[in-house]
Design a binder for this molecule. Structure first.
Ligand code: S3P
Length: 437
């Protein structure tokens, strides 16, 4: 692989590979890093975090927390120390820049809604297009004053005393759930969030790790207000959504053999492993352990000699696999029976319209694909050729098509490859390390 970089936008050349072999340890999970960064800033005491995500998004969160009064330092050993504000944020002197990160904007809004300060949250062009009404409505019902700009950022929050609420999320969203739990933690009374589909529970686990009490039923979670948090020491598990690119790369080579160490195996995220197993990938999970409620393990995978079968992903599965759907769709032409994705309308309002961009880029590589409002049909048994890929500045699109390019004929040029750094700056180097050419 080689890259040509201008000041901000870079193009990566990805050549076909013969196999995927090796072992890797991945940087910390993005979702957990965001939550630990926010809660450590609210807590009392000094939190020490090892293997914090190297992605730009969680670092946007850390920068916002510093503006709110937390002290953040980076030790030589790679540990991030956050000295918390003991429940009281300071009035920031400037708008809080959430960069490309929807998680930062939505969850931070919940944290700030209960604080007697006024904050403006801004983001880049992509984040400014993403829907924010989903947090404004429930936070307003709790008593926060939030102004959006036509349903979007910039978002202004004038926080203050909140009242607990009982809210059913109309869309499956862990960001919205965490936002409300973070507000509920500081409200009067109890806040209950009912979710139609169980989404990732890192917010719940992180709150518990920092000392908060909450209760869970099958489809709801409740948090009593007026609780304070205390600092923790933690190692962030490797990011399973980053691992997904390597697992899918291994899946498309029958003789592959890959070991990923220290990966987060939280059951609300690990649906990916079930889907890959059902496609035919041989997967073993070893050395399972738990820290602060988060499961961690090593994953060993080898490609199926008989090739990949096919899958239909819909309903709750689509919500649980939402970040992995682009790469699953990108490798779908190499399966025997194809992959159908439905109930994934949320993909249209991620960092890009991921349904449209996946379809466009698959077609550029010579595949036939049918686009639906809420998903895609990608037939199997199709050979791909190298092409020019438009990442749309979206990290998961850039990485998904770099994986698809490994089995295409000829070279692929991934435009906007620098966007991988939003979640996974080491992606291209690690991909080079495990691909045989
Ligand atoms: C995330 C939840 C998901 C996911 C995002 C991270 C989180 O978004 O797509 O990358 O950390 O809670 P939604 O909750 O909006 O579906």
């Amino acid at each position: 692989m080689s890259s040509t970089a201008s000041s901000t936008v870079s193009t990566r050349r990805v050549l076909p590979a013969r196999n995927v072999l090796g072992s890797l340890r991945l940087p910390g999970d993005k979702s957990i890093s965001h939550r630990y960064a926010m809660l450590s800033a609210l807590a009392e005491g000094v939190t020490r975090l090892q293997n914090f995500s190297t992605g730009a998004d969680p670092h946007s969160t850390l920068a916002c927390m510093e503006q709110l009064g937390a002290r953040v330092s980076h030790s030589a050993e790679g540990v991030i120390e956050v000295t918390g504000c003991a429940g009281h944020f300071q009035q920031p002197a400037a708008p809080l820049d959430c960069g490309n990160s929807g998680s930062t904007m939505r969850m931070l809004a919940g944290l700030l809604a209960a604080q007697p300060i006024a904050c403006t949250l801004i983001g880049d062009e992509s984040l400014t297009r993403r829907p924010m009404e989903r947090i404004r409505k429930p936070l307003s019902a709790m008593g926060a004053r939030i102004d959006l700009t036509d349903g979007h950022a910039p978002l202004t929050i004038r926080g203050g005393a909140l009242q607990g609420t009982d809210f059913t999320t109309p869309i499956a969203s862990a960001q919205v759930k965490s936002c409300l739990l973070f507000a509920g933690l500081q409200a009067a009374g109890v806040t209950t969030v009912h979710e139609p589909v169980r989404t990732r529970d890192h917010g719940e686990l992180a709150l518990r790790a920092f000392g908060a009490a909450l209760t869970r039923t099958r489809d709801s979670v409740s948090i009593p207000g007026g609780q304070s948090l205390r600092a923790i020491e933690a190692t962030v598990p490797g990011d399973l959504s980053s691992a997904a690119f390597f697992l899918c790369a291994a899946a498309i080579f029958p003789d592959s053999n890959l070991v990923l160490d220290g990966v987060g195996m939280n059951p609300t995220r690990a649906t990916l492993l079930d889907v890959l197993r059902s496609l035919g990938l041989r997967i073993s999970v070893m050395q399972l352990s738990e820290q602060h409620g988060e499961l961690v393990g090593s994953i060993q995978v080898s490609g199926p000699a008989e090739g990949l079968s096919g899958a239909t992903i819909s309903g709750a599965l689509s919500a649980q696999l939402i970040d992995e759907l682009p790469v699953l769709a990108a490798i779908a032409p190499y399966t025997r029976d194809g992959i159908q994705i439905r109930d994934a309308r949320e993909l249209r309002v991620k960092e890009s319209d991921r349904i449209a961009l996946v379809a466009q880029n698959l077609r550029a590589m010579g595949a036939s694909v049918t686009e639906h409002e809420d998903g895609l049909d990608v037939p199997g048994g199709q050979a791909l050729h190298g092409a020019e890929i438009d990442s749309g500045g979206d990290h998961r699109i850039a990485m998904a098509f770099s994986v698809a390019a490994l089995r295409a004929s000829g070279e692929t040029l991934v435009h906007g490859a620098e966007s991988a750094a939003i979640s996974f700056p080491e992606f291209f180097d690690l991909l080079d390390r495990v691909t045989e050419r």
